[in-house]
Design a protein around this ligand. Structure first.
Ligand SMILES: [Zn+2]
Length: 378
């Protein structure tokens, strides 16, 4: 495992490129500084005006929202700065947190209409189980639904423009950093979408029929073309500064999580779902890094923390089986503790963790495993 010289990202992160030992995400910081943001803001204004409803008979655009800090920022910018009348669309997660609910209600109070889509919980749970056992991701239905439902609503309500938030490829590194549009192609490459991962037919043994998948399927190319549906990244047009935005949305009433999320030291991201901590744990098993690495690496890039300080936090918080909701999680996943450990093992990249002389993972009394090394310099 090789690490970025500047931040704490490892080369096991899917899609992350390196040049002279520096990762894409770090190199994008310099790239963002060179962009003429005034020009981009003008381009945004032109784009928004092009899609604005001329006679007010429909909403001007859709903003897909979780209710988090980005949702607050997007909604404020679109409504207050550019004067549009957006429709918010939320894919309701099965494991919504109290903080998530509070934030979504606060978001509506910015003076907007919002559709909350609740998927059939029986099917949702079956897809979660499929996601966990086949892909190592219990949050999989949410990872699909947040991208498909807003586009389905766009088609149904005949609203052509969707305004997404940050471009994750720019902020977290990847090949498509300066992309304008979030469309089906982007979704297939970088979203939680079906293609390359699994086909709907593979799901029948989990009791999931193709017709159950309606909320999770992207509208057809014909439907999209008929309305002219297009999605843009606000992060392409406005310089994304996570910490400035966080400070700003807190003034709008956005609440942080009451405590740090398990697996990281921070409390400002992914606040809407309980089981995201398990998603982060499986990421750790697959790639040897988790959410604390994401958070510290962002802070290092923004100059808020040294690499050494970040590494200390990563070692302190990352890579332990989440405990707080473990009982409910095992119940929902219909797994015993031993079955859960077997699923963990299935998705663990054993070359990154300590094993005994027989090649078996060494577990402590809590079931936790240990990385071989955290840094080349260790
Ligand atoms: Zn880096």
């Amino acid at each position: 495992m090789r690490y970025c010289k500047r931040c704490l990202y490892p080369d096991t992160k899917p899609g992350l490129g390196f040049q002279d030992g520096v990762c894409d995400a770090c190199r994008n910081v310099g790239f963002k500084d060179k962009i003429d943001w005034d020009k981009r803001k003008k381009e945004l204004k032109e784009t928004l005006e092009k899609y604005r409803s001329k006679d007010g008979s429909r909403y001007d655009c859709i903003i897909p929202v979780s209710g988090g800090k980005d949702s607050h920022y997007q909604t404020y910018v679109i409504k207050e700065e550019f004067g549009l009348n957006p429709l918010l669309v939320n894919f309701h997660p099965h494991d919504f947190t109290e903080t998530g609910r509070k934030n979504l209600e606060n978001l509506k109070k910015l003076g907007v209409d919002c559709i909350e889509f609740s998927a059939n919980p029986v099917i949702y749970n079956k897809i979660s189980r499929f996601g966990l056992l086949e892909l190592g991701d219990f949050e999989w239905p949410e990872h699909i639904g947040i991208f498909t439902i807003p586009v389905q609503v766009a088609v149904a309500y005949k609203i052509p423009l969707l305004v997404w938030g940050e471009n994750s490829q720019m902020e977290y590194g990847g090949a498509d950093a300066d992309r304008v549009f979030l469309d089906k192609e982007w979704n297939e490459k970088h979203g939680g979408y079906f293609r390359d991962k699994v086909k709907p037919e593979d799901m029948t043994k989990y009791g999931i029929d193709k017709r159950d998948l309606k909320p999770y399927l992207y509208p057809s190319d014909e439907e999209i073309a008929k309305i002219g549906v297009t999605g843009i990244f606000l992060g392409h047009f406005i310089k994304w500064d996570i910490f400035k935005q966080l400070e700003f949305v807190e003034k709008l009433g956005f609440s942080r999580f009451p405590e740090h999320r398990e697996g990281t030291y921070d409390n400002w991201e992914n606040l809407d779902t309980e089981y995201t901590v398990f998603h982060d744990y499986f990421k750790f098993l697959k790639y040897g890094f988790g959410r604390a690495t994401d958070h510290t690496s962002i802070e290092i890039r923004y100059g808020r923390m040294t690499r050494q300080e970040g590494l200390k936090l990563v070692k302190q918080y990352e890579g332990k089986i989440p405990r707080k909701r473990l009982k409910e999680f095992l119940q929902d996943a219909e797994l015993t503790w031993d079955e859960f450990l077997k699923v963990c093992e299935k998705f663990t990249n054993k070359s990154l963790f300590k094993t005994d002389s027989n090649g078996n993972l060494i577990r402590d009394k809590n079931g936790d495993i240990e990385k071989i090394a955290y840094d080349n310099k260790d």
